[in-house]
Design a protein around this ligand. Structure first.
Ligand SMILES: NC(=O)c1ccc[n+]([C@@H]2O[C@H](COP(=O)([O-])OP(=O)(O)OC[C@H]3O[C@@H](n4cnc5c(N)ncnc54)[C@H](O)[C@@H]3O)[C@@H](O)[C@H]2O)c1
Length: 301
């Protein structure tokens, strides 16, 4: 396998002043990319701002012989981040949406501010940056986009209703942008990473934090963003040196005659079969998802 290179490619990594984003930025730069190191530099809860975070990572990249520019804007002002890439390097090839915050609280205690802020940074921020970069990637007939999801979105997690909503929302965005981008060679994937960062301090069992080095997430991201990869619309869990792919699974279900009424009791009587995953299917798109439903209509017509 030839070396994966990003020479002449411009990569935006959001939230790259620390944690997993910093690791992405360093790896892309090592492989020849010109990197926009974006970071607002606030707290893990989304308070405050500090331009030093991004500057420090740029210094690290430059010290290692790489090329990078710091950007201190919030992802909510995504257009400014993309403009920074255009001003300095004249193009955008890759967007790694990584910036994130936490406002964990049980649902009853969650305030509108907790809900809105998490939505704004994760969903609106990723939308704004990607939306601003999209026309340039389309013009270049090349683009790679990564959205950073979470197992808390895929599986749920106590105290993370806002975060779970935002993180699985990003997978919905991934699925549709993969469809829209394909004809212009714009491939879009999502990762659900696990890494020992300020966001996860105190969460992992003794000894695990140090093993979950943020940089173990980045090789998958760099591969997915490479010219070689044709992968799109996919979701990967990754961390601690392990990585795997996630897909939807749906039962074959049960079918009632659509022209005859059926009752909640009929549903109850067949509920076990409805939920059985024997012979389950893995729909790849809307057409495949509707197949069993359509077959049911045909069966009774
Ligand atoms: N660490 C994990 O185990 C884990 C698990 C699941 C998902 N994630 C996701 O991975 C991403 C990186 O998280 P991390 O663990 O490295 O945490 P981190 O706090 O170290 O990094 C997040 C970075 O995003 C920056 N940021 C926050 N709001 C911003 C904004 N509005 N604009 C620009 N930058 C902003 C922060 O300053 C910070 O440097 C996040 O999206 C997070 O939700 C992490």
């Amino acid at each position: 396998m030839s070396e994966i290179r990003f020479d002449d490619k411009v990569v935006i990594v959001t939230g790259a002043g620390g944690g997993i984003g910093r690791a992405h930025a360093l790896l892309f730069a090592k492989h020849g990319a010109k990197v926009i190191v974006n970071d607002l530099g606030g707290s893990a809860q989304g308070e405050g701002a500090n331009s030093d975070a991004a500057l420090k990572v740029v210094e690290e990249i430059k010290a290692a012989g790489g090329t990078a520019v710091a950007n201190p804007d919030s992802v909510v002002d995504g257009g400014k981040i993309v403009q920074c890439a255009m001003d300095h390097f004249g193009r955008v090839d890759v967007v790694v949406n990584n910036a994130g915050i936490l406002r964990d609280k049980s649902f009853q205690k969650m305030t509108d501010q907790d809900w809105d802020l998490v939505y704004k940074v994760h969903v609106e921020g990723a939308y704004k940056v990607t939306h601003a970069a999209w026309p340039y990637m389309k013009d270049n007939n090349f683009g790679r986009v990564i959205f950073t999801s979470s197992t808390s979105g895929i599986y749920g997690n106590f105290g993370q209703a806002n975060y779970g909503m935002a993180k699985l929302g990003l997978y919905g965005l991934t699925r549709t942008l993969a469809i829209e981008g394909r004809k212009n060679n714009i491939f879009v994937n999502a990762i659900a990473p696990t890494g020992g960062t300020r966001m996860t301090e105190g969460l992992f069992p003794e000894g695990a934090f140090d093993k979950l080095k943020p940089e173990l997430v980045s090789p998958l991201v760099a591969y997915l963003c490479s010219l070689d990869s044709k992968e799109t619309g996919s979701l990967f869990e990754v961390g601690g040196g392990w990585m795997g792919k996630v897909r939807w699974e749906r039962s074959l279900g049960i079918g009632f005659n659509p022209d005859e009424s059926f009752s909640p009791e009929d549903v109850a009587a067949n509920f076990e079969q409805l939920c059985s995953f024997e012979g389950a299917v893995h729909p790849k798109d809307n057409v495949e998802a509707l197949r069993e439903l359509m077959l049911n209509i045909q069966k009774f017509s």
